[in-house]
Structures are given as C-alpha cells and as structure tokens.
Write a protein that binds this ligand. Structure first.
Ligand SMILES: *Cc1c(COP(=O)(O)O)cnc(C)c1O
Length: 339
C-alpha cells in the first residue's frame, strides 16, 4: 500500500471492512462484517429525529516489536454503556464490544500505521437508535457499528501550542443535561461557537459552566487542565465528558510525583497557571499558549516564547510512549491485539 502515513490528517480514510451488530427484540444479534461505507436506515429512525446516538474514539498503535497495542478499550466500553443509558439505548455486553473492536482492527490490519510514523489507527464505535418512531419514545431497534481509519500525527510540524477562546453566549451542555456522556447533540450545541472561534483565529472554544459562568468546563472536544508548580489541576463538573486521556494524565502526573487536583476551576485562576492544555484521544495533549476571554478581552498567556512547557511535554511523551510500547505499561492500559 502506498499511504503517506505521516501526512494523513485526523480525518476519514476508507478502510476495507467495518463490523456491525443489531439489537432487536431485546437482544443483540450476530456480528456482521461489511465492506460498505453506508448504513441502510429507516427515515423515522430515532437517531435522526430525537438524538438517540452515542459514539466513542480510541486508538491502536503499532509497537517497535511489531505488535498492535490497543489503549484502554475497557474504559471506552464503560463510557459507551453510560452514554447509552443516558439516552435510553441498550448497553453493550463487554465481550461483544471487545470482539467487535478487535475484529475491526484485525480485518483492517494493513491500515495499522507502522511504528515510528507518528500515525495510529483510530477506532470509532457508533451506537444509534435505528428503529422507527414518530412519537417521542426510545427505539425498539439499535445498531452498533465500528469502523477504523488511519490517522496521521496530530502535530505535523512538531508539538505546537494553540490559542483557545472563552465564550459565554453559547453552552455545549446544560448543568443536568448530557455533557457527561459522549453524544452527538453536545457537539451540535457547540458548533456555532466552535466555527466562530475558528474564524476568529482560535483552535477551539473553552466553555464555562452553564449555570454561573464562573468555572471552566471543557474545550469543545477535549478536557482542560492547568499546571501550577507541582500540581495538575483539572475541572470537576457534571457537564464535563470524563476523558480517558485526562484520567490517564492524572495517573501519569501522580507517577511523576505531582499533586492532582480535580475540582471547580474558577476562570480567574487561569492567570496563575504556568502551563495549560486540552486533552483527548485525537491529540493526546494540545498545549495552550493563550486563552482569550471573548467578552472581557482578558488574555491569559501561558507561554510568551510560543514554546510548549516542560510539564506538558513530559506528560505527552510519557503517555505516547506507553501507547506505543516504548515505556513500560505499569497500569495495564495496553491490550495486545493478535492480527
Ligand atoms: C471524547 C471527548 C473528550 C476526550 O475524551 P478521550 O476519552 O480522552 O478521548 C473530551 N471532551 C468531549 C466533549 C468528548 O466528546
């Protein structure tokens, strides 16, 4: 194959197969393998009308030893089950999720990017209400589809800091809404603010708590953290999506002898941070050089030199090294996949 792995974007690249499973009459059926990129769907399916859908994102990496390493899939499984419950969809049995994820990797093994390319295989499970309803009720049929796509290194010209914008005129999630589950509706709610931030020269939006607008919630598609002295500080809020990357970084911070604080983070506290970052599966860490408050025009500048801080760098390198097998997997985060 002739793929320039290092130049792949974080985007869709067609692979050969995807795996599917339907939930009908109260039970999950057999795993189906498909080579179609399309799913036939009823026009009255609840995912289309009433937002019954949830998704996941995880990565697999080729190690130096030629073994494929899948990162913390059991956490993605727990989360998709939580998301499912949150919008009244059936949960997915652990064995079913595991075998579908591993089958999707195995059937597309030639798309696992080589070690050292900086690229990885992104795995996207999608759970949707596929049954027809017109009145507002949960569907009676669901589809779980898992596809994979090779993605390039997030930072093509090296690990670079980004600028982020605080907004108050949009919320991605209500205080008791769906912010804590991985459903598409949260992205839809944040889309206008996110696109406007792009147009205004920022990489993403930092949303505040919807009720008081006093505390940092999270960036559109990624959690937020700040570094001050020897502390790793990250917001605790019901409307923040529990990021598996953030969970892993908290452990790595502790492993590095840092204090980990998970609590409300007032906006003003930004001025005390020496480093800041957004974290998620796609980029691991997007270091933040500057946060600008769109309403007050306050500029919180973390790195005047435009470089990435030493703590963000160390944590990023450690997590990536665990994922690729270059650093010992002391916490049992990595599962080797036979291909
Ligand atoms: C998926 C997601 C994240 C990142 O979670 P990871 O498990 O680290 O990939 C953060 N915020 C939102 C809103 C998300 O949907």
């Amino acid at each position: 194959m002739n793929i320039e792995w290092g130049k792949l974007p974080f985007g869709y690249y067609k692979t050969e197969y995807n795996v599917r499973c339907y939930y009908r009459n109260g039970a999950w059926g057999e795993i189906e393998i498909s080579s179609s990129e399309y799913i036939p769907i009823h026009m009255a399916a609840t995912c289309l009308h009433y937002g019954q859908e949830a998704f996941e994102g995880m990565k697999a990496f080729m190690g130096k030893d030629g073994k494929v390493r899948l990162f913390r899939w059991d956490e993605n499984w727990k989360r998709i089950c939580n998301s499912a419950k949150g919008v009244m969809m059936p949960t997915v049995p652990k064995e079913l999720f595991e075998s579908m994820v591993k089958k999707a990797i195995k059937m597309n093994s030639k798309f696992v990017p080589p070690y050292g390319s900086g690229a990885s295989l992104y795995i996207r499970p999608l759970l949707i209400g596929s049954g027809a309803r017109v009145g507002v009720h949960p569907a009676d049929e669901y589809l779980l589809v898992i596809f994979v796509t090779p993605v390039g290194p997030y930072f093509k010209e090296g690990f670079k800091p980004v600028k982020v914008q605080i907004v108050r005129d949009y919320d991605r999630a209500a205080p008791l809404g769906t912010g804590h589950i991985k459903v598409g509706g949260n992205y839809a709610a944040g889309l206008i603010a996110t696109e406007r931030a792009h147009d205004e020269g920022y990489s993403t939006v930092l949303f505040l708590d919807a009720k008081e607008k006093k505390y940092i919630d999270e960036a559109g598609p990624a959690n937020f953290f700040g570094i001050r002295g020897n502390s790793y500080i990250t917001p605790d809020s019901h409307s923040v999506l529990p990021s598996i990357t953030n969970m892993s970084l908290r452990q790595i911070a502790a492993d590095l002898g840092m204090n980990v604080e998970r609590r409300h983070v007032p906006v003003e506290e930004l001025s005390t941070f020496e480093e800041a970052g957004a974290c998620g599966t796609a980029a691991v860490i997007s270091p933040i050089s500057e946060i600008v408050d769109r309403d007050t025009n306050t500029h919180y500048v973390f790195r005047k030199d435009g470089k990435v801080g030493p703590v963000c760098t160390k944590m990023y390198e450690r997590l990536l090294a665990i994922q690729t097998g270059d650093y010992p997997d002391n916490h049992g985060w990595v599962d080797l996949v036979e291909i």
